[in-house]
Design a protein around this ligand. Structure first.
Ligand code: ASP
Ligand code: MG
Length: 424
């Protein structure tokens, strides 16, 4: 038993889907659960659709047309026979979306978001599964919402491990006796009231890890467009190095600080059952990639994690009281209430600074609540640089031409919140 995960980039067009099929042909030599994300940038498009619907930002019809054209465009190249059931399945998804969009919003933004955005994964898995059938690669499409059960925290569904494990073992595992390949969606789950939830952006890796955990899989492979886990994001850095081997501990630290190669929640379930995780290239599937597993070898390669589009909040009690336990607990309760993840924090006597992602829909309600007791100042468009296994030279190089707003270091990790120096 093994679990594979293919992300959006690996199914972004017809040729990519064909490549997935050839990887499965070669590497699905034992029962394999295949977790797939939405194609290409579909999730972002669906987010635009929800914003157009809920906040009246943008034109619903245009976005819907783009989504249709994109998915049918790929399908047309993969399956010529228009009477194939997949055409009908894809059409149905769009019909249901349209019905939902014609109703006025009746619930929260997050609720509508999950019902709509989750369709990206449904579309992708239907197309891939249909193409595999067409290519005589026997497989079974299954709906992840039937066994990944969550509470109703929309956009951040909390997985009910016990119930999900039972459902996976009772309903999913037996399918692998008759089908060597099961195709299912990452990122999405279902509630006891049969609503759809999502597990947080980029959450498909987490789904793969959960399925491995529930089925005691031998390994997980995440197939990516990079050769493995790199020491920096090639988007921002030249001369990146692949890390051959990482411990769970190092992997969790890297992803926690924002290395976007794997979703941070992925490691824990795998570590708990000692299931190795491989990150491999779907472009060069024979290459070794990176293996993440238990080991006493520590990784000493310096790694750089760069997050842009950050906000630095400075929070000060209005009554000039100290930032002590009661104020801190108050502040943290509000962060937790608004589901805001703190990327870095620091306090002085009467001020508490927090670096967070810039999410417009989260910032405003958070500020409203904070401003009841605190004076809040904020700096938008700042950057967070995290260096693991740092040295002074690298720090100086990476902060040249920048203004450092906050700096913090521990034995292995150095972090700075910076902004561009407009004087240079
Ligand atoms: N499609 C979802 C997203 O883009 C989940 C994933 O890709 O893992 O966030
Ligand atoms: Mg994605």
């Amino acid at each position: 038993m093994q679990v594979f995960k293919f992300g959006g980039a690996s199914v972004k067009d017809a040729d990519s889907v064909k490549n997935v099929a050839s990887i499965l042909k070669k590497h699905a030599t034992e029962p394999t659960i295949v977790v797939i994300s939405a194609m290409g940038k579909t999730t972002n498009k669906l987010e635009e659709l929800v914003n157009a619907y809920f906040y009246k930002e943008g034109d619903i019809q245009t976005i819907l047309d783009e989504l249709r054209a994109y998915h049918f465009g790929i399908l047309n190249q993969l399956i010529q026979d228009k009477s194939n059931v997949v055409y009908n399945d894809i059409e149905n998804v769009f019909v249901e979306l349209l019905w939902a969009l014609e109703e006025e919003p009746s619930s929260t933004y997050n609720h509508h978001y999950d019902q709509m955005v989750s369709q990206g994964e449904v579309l992708a898995t239907k197309i891939v599964s249909g193409y595999l059938n067409e290519s005589n690669i026997k497989n079974k499409w299954v709906d992840a919402r039937g066994f990944i059960q969550t509470d109703n925290s929309y956009r951040e569904g909390k997985v009910d491990y016990e119930l999900s494990r039972k459902l996976v073992q009772a309903d999913l595992l037996p399918i692998l006796n008759s089908f060597n390949i099961v195709i299912t969606q990452g990122f999405i789950g279902g509630t006891s009231e049969n609503f759809t939830t999502t597990l947080g952006r980029e959450g498909s890796d987490y789904t793969a890890a959960l399925l491995a955990y529930f089925t005691d899989a031998k390994k997980v492979i995440i197939w990516k467009d990079v050769p493995g886990v790199l020491n920096a994001d090639p988007k921002y850095f030249k001369n990146t190095k692949k890390i051959d081997e990482l411990t769970y501990h190092d992997a969790i630290e890297l992803t926690y600080f924002g290395a976007s190669v794997i979703h941070p929640k992925t490691i824990k379930p795998l570590q708990n059952k000692n299931i190795p995780l491989f990150v491999k290239s779907f472009i060069k599937p024979e290459d070794a990639g990176t293996i993440i597993k238990e080991s006493d070898k520590r990784n000493n390669v310096p790694s750089y994690i760069f997050k842009t589009n950050q906000i630095l909040l400075s929070i000060q009690p209005k009554d000039f009281s100290f930032i002590a336990e009661d104020n801190l607990s108050n502040i943290f309760n509000l962060f937790s209430k608004h589901n805001v993840h703190v990327n870095m924090m620091q306090n002085s006597a009467i001020s508490f600074s927090v670096c967070m992602d810039d999410d417009n829909h989260k910032l405003e309600p958070l500020l409203n609540d904070l401003q009841e007791h605190f004076k809040v100042l904020y700096n938008k468009n700042v950057q967070l640089m995290t260096i693991r296994n740092y040295d002074q030279e690298t720090i100086s190089k990476l902060s040249a031409d920048k203004i450092i707003l906050i700096e913090q270091r521990s034995r292995n990790t150095h972090q700075m919140v910076m902004k561009e120096d407009s004087a240079t």
